[in-house]
Design a protein around this ligand. Structure first.
Ligand code: SF4
Ligand code: ZN
Length: 275
């Protein structure tokens, strides 16, 4: 992970880093590793940020586990909830969307958009200048393929190990695990006896990501190094894609005042549909 941090110039000695901690194995491994590294970087400040989407029977356990690790590592823990930010829990949004006959968007489509925004707001609330997420090599390779399968070239260009500064309200995002396979991050959690939530999200089966995960794992077992090749190919493609993406300047959402690609951000667009 140190090599990744150095390669992509992820950290400065005086950063205040918000770590997005879901309570799963990857984010808790990242939290523990960064806490360990931080003992030699006393000027770097760490704060854990957890998003409570409001998923009954799932998120409460993860929140408790995340809080326990933060207490043990003496890292401040900040929770942002969908209910406080958007007025609905994810469960309520899905019930409303389904009662209105909206079937085209899955729970994960809502959750992905709303959580990205919530993490950014949470990082700003704790005055962090960067936010670290525990996206692993597996996540990154899956995201590249998902964006290609959806034909979403704008998102494809935007996803990178360190985001640029495109709007004053967007906190820079870093992904220190982007070259670490998911099974290595899981192994770290097991070896270090880190308690994490392993109950799957009740909505997880809806995700297109699951199909891509299955496909990539199968490819990796037959052709070792496939996931890494996808990541490296993306690194080489990115400069060309960024030329196109940079022409699309970020605006400010007319409804919530947050960064947005259009006049209305994706979150406000989704919330309008279910209200
Ligand atoms: Fe959200 Fe989908 Fe992940 Fe559940 S599986 S936490 S709904 S993105
Ligand atoms: Zn908005």
């Amino acid at each position: 992970m140190r090599a990744t941090i150095t390669r992509y110039h992820m950290l400065n000695f005086n950063d205040h880093l918000a770590i997005a901690v879901s309570g799963g194995k990857d984010s808790l491994s990242l939290l523990h590793i960064l806490a360990k590294m931080n003992r030699r970087r006393p000027k770097t400040k760490l704060t854990a940020v957890t998003v409570d989407e409001g998923i009954v029977g799932y998120r409460n356990e993860a929140l408790a586990i995340a809080a326990e690790s933060c207490l043990q590592l003496e890292i401040p823990h900040h929770v942002v909830s969908f209910k406080d930010l958007y007025g609905f829990t994810l469960d309520e949004m899905i019930t409303k969307a389904r009662s209105k006959g909206q079937k085209e968007l899955t729970a994960c489509s809502y959750c992905g958009v709303l959580r990205r925004k919530a993490i950014n707001i949470g990082a700003r609330q704790v005055h962090a200048n960067k936010v670290a997420t525990a996206h692993t090599l597996d996540d990154e390779a899956q995201t590249v393929l998902m964006n290609i399968f959806r034909g979403d070239i704008t998102r494809l260009a935007k996803e990178r190990p360190v985001t640029g500064e495109v709007h004053p309200l967007l906190v820079q995002k870093i992904k220190p695990f982007c070259e670490i396979p998911e099974n290595e991050s899981a192994l770290y959690a097991y070896v270090k006896k880190i308690k994490f939530q392993d109950t799957p999200c009740p909505y997880a089966s809806e995700a297109l990501r699951n199909d891509i995960r299955w496909m990539l794992n199968r490819m990796e077992s037959k052709h070792a190094g496939t996931k890494f090749t996808v990541l490296r190919a993306m690194d080489r493609l990115r400069p060309a894609l960024e030329e196109t993406a940079s022409k699309e300047a970020f605006k400010t959402c007319v409804e919530c005042g947050e960064p947005s690609a259009g006049d209305l951000c994706k979150t406000c667009e989704m919330l309008r549909q279910i209200r």
